[in-house]
Design a protein around this ligand. Structure first.
Ligand code: PRT
Length: 118
């Protein structure tokens, strides 16, 4: 299945444009106005909700398609709030994608072993 990676860039641009915006009109502007601790609180909350949604899926607490939809929604919340955090630090999805590209093909087992050899 293909997906539109440029959506992440477009979303990052919208998030960036909300800096200094009206907190009454924009959720992102409201988060920026509240400050970094509010952004971090949302990330912790969404990470916790992601774990709970995955546990529900694992235990068959809900029909499989419903559990998959809920888990997808929680991860979307987590990605979205992570983009807000990156923007707060003047970073964006291109920075994370560059780091993932740097790691592409490098086994996690080999990477860990190379750190132990230092
Ligand atoms: N992708 C999102 C997105 N995902 C989640 N959310 C919001 O994130 C909030 C947090 O979700 P919760 O489930 O914790 O709900 P909540 O209890 O209402 O949250 P809080 O009271 O804690 O703020 C909700 O208000 C969601 O609407 C988002 N808000 C905005 N976007 C994107 O950001 C763009 C800019 O949004 P605005 O700045 O609001 O114009 C939008 O066009 C969208 O593309």
């Amino acid at each position: 299945m293909s997906f539109d990676a440029s959506l992440l860039q477009r979303l990052a641009e919208v998030i960036e444009s909300r800096k200094g915006g009206d907190p009454g009109k924009s959720y992102v502007a409201k988060l920026f106005a509240k400050g970094e601790d509010a952004i971090l609180k949302k990330i912790a909350e969404e990470a916790g909700e992601t774990v709970m949604a995955a546990k529900d899926a694992q235990h068959g607490a809900k029909p499989a398609d419903e559990a998959a939809r809920l888990l997808t929604g929680e991860v979307a919340d987590l990605w979205f709030h992570s983009l807000v955090l990156l923007a707060h630090h003047n970073l964006g999805p291109q920075d994370v994608l560059a780091e993932l590209a740097r790691r592409e093909g490098l086994s996690g087992i080999d990477e860990k072993a190379s750190r132990k050899a230092d």
